[in-house]
Ligand binder design. Structure first.
Ligand SMILES: Cc1cc2nc3c(=O)[nH]c(=O)nc-3n(C[C@H](O)[C@H](O)[C@H](O)COP(=O)(O)O)c2cc1C
Length: 400
């Protein structure tokens, strides 16, 4: 089988050096990558590096190898175009259909999915001109990954940083796997919760659970690759931030509730994949609880935590908001799932069986998605991303 053809556009931002790692990941995972830098990009990383790492020729202008008509051919034959980093200038040119170099010509001739990973100073990113260009590109079907918040060129910090290459690579992988040019969550805000809450007993101990957060992160990643603005409320995961996703770290169920209610206010869908503790210790000892010799320990008294899923389902922040819950069950999985769906009042409930070696921490999952409309969608054993894609398919149907 032919290798998937990827065009890696690189424009003239300081983060161009990070595109070398993205290129490496793409070539090593079996993609045929043609790097198309802008002339400015070559001030940061030279043509020799792009050519040697990709194994393909590199030019910036339409005037090289004219007999092969590269300004048309490269775009026509691509399965994916990813521009990383995308400068404010290149976003503006793409939004307005300018074509004064090889990259901008390629963007006009490509009929495959196109992803932009912008990187620039916060002021440039927030400027209405850039924001309007981004909105135009999204409206036309491009996936524009939100920049990360962090260290920028020089001493500045803020929004505008290129997400980590490993995470941009994940977006490319998902977009290529779907192969559609109309990202169906473009322009939607979705909220995903992930991980497991920790309910403190004292400054060093907590009641927790085995959730790794991987399923929630897979949901966030796939939603971003489908064009959504994603808020990920993450409880104690320690996983790298997915590209283009706004991560809100929380610790306890009470903090999770506060963050979910805030983010859900303008969201089209909320997917509660986190394992939220049903109970928390009634009291918190401000000092470490000491072992008393010859005395049995005091029992731990628990009180109920808020039921976030039931609350947001009963009191929807917006009409038509789609709410998805997860039910981790150890026995009588289907019967318990049906009861839980009714009790919670959500639109979809993803029911899966958990246990010592099942689901928690694993890369794979298997589930049955129950709909409030009586539907049942089985998802066979497979990567957590596959389950995530099915969940979004079902959400998108309900959003329409
Ligand atoms: C040191 C340096 C760093 C720059 N970093 C960025 C950047 O991160 N993002 C950006 O949009 N422009 C950045 N610029 C400005 C662009 O290089 C400039 O707008 C250029 O015209 C972009 O051309 P291109 O879009 O064709 O690559 C930087 C310029 C310099 C000199």
């Amino acid at each position: 089988m032919d290798k998937p053809k990827v065009v890696l556009g690189v424009s003239g931002g300081i983060a161009a050096y990070k595109a070398c790692e993205l290129l490496r990941r793409l070539t090593e995972s079996g993609h045929d990558v043609r790097v198309v830098p802008t002339a400015s990009a070559l001030h940061f990383v030279g043509a020799a590096t792009w050519s040697a790492l990709s194994g393909n020729p590199v030019s910036t202008e339409v005037w090289d190898d004219v007999h092969e008509v590269p300004h048309v051919r490269i775009g026509q034959h691509a399965d994916l175009v990813i521009v990383a980093p995308a400068t404010a200038d290149t976003l503006a040119k793409a939004a307005h259909g300018l074509a004064d170099d090889l990259l901008t010509n390629t963007l006009l001739t490509a009929r495959c999915p196109v992803v932009f990973a912008p990187a620039m100073h916060t002021e440039m990113w927030e400027h209405p001109a850039t924001q309007e260009n981004v909105a135009t590109l999204r409206r036309r079907g491009a996936v524009v990954i939100e920049p990360a918040v962090g260290r920028l060129t020089g001493v500045d910090t803020g929004k505008g940083r290129l997400p980590e290459p490993a995470e941009i690579f994940e977006v490319c992988r998902r977009v290529l796997a779907r192969g559609v040019t109309e990202p169906d969550l473009n322009g939607r805000h979705v909220v995903v919760s992930a991980g497991g809450t920790r309910e403190p007993l004292d400054p060093v101990r907590f009641l927790g659970n085995r959730s790794s957060g991987k399923q929630g992160y897979a949901l966030a990643r796939t939603a971003a690759a489908r064009g959504a603005r994603v808020t990920l409320i993450a409880a104690n995961t320690g996983l790298p931030d997915p590209a283009g996703v706004d991560v809100v770290p929380v610790g306890t169920a009470v903090q999770m509730r506060e963050a979910v209610l805030k983010a859900a206010a303008d969201a089209g869908a909320v997917v509660m994949a986190a394992a939220v503790a049903d109970f928390r210790p009634a009291t918190y000892a401000s000092g470490k609880i000491k072992k008393q010799d010859a005395q049995d320990p005091d029992p731990i008294v628990l009180v109920r935590n808020p039921d976030i899923l039931a609350e947001i389902s009963a009191d929807r922040a917006r009409p038509g908001q789609v709410i998805v819950g997860f039910a981790a069950e150890t026995d009588d999985v289907l019967a318990n799932g049906r009861k839980k769906l009714q009790r919670k009042g959500c639109d979809l409930l993803v029911v899966n069986e958990v246990g010592e070696r099942k689901t928690f921490g694993s890369e794979e999952n298997e589930a049955l998605v129950l709909g409030a409309d009586g539907s049942e969608t089985p998802v066979p054993h497979g990567p957590k991303e596959a389950l995530a894609e099915t969940v979004w398919d079902l959400v998108v149907k309900r959003l329409r």
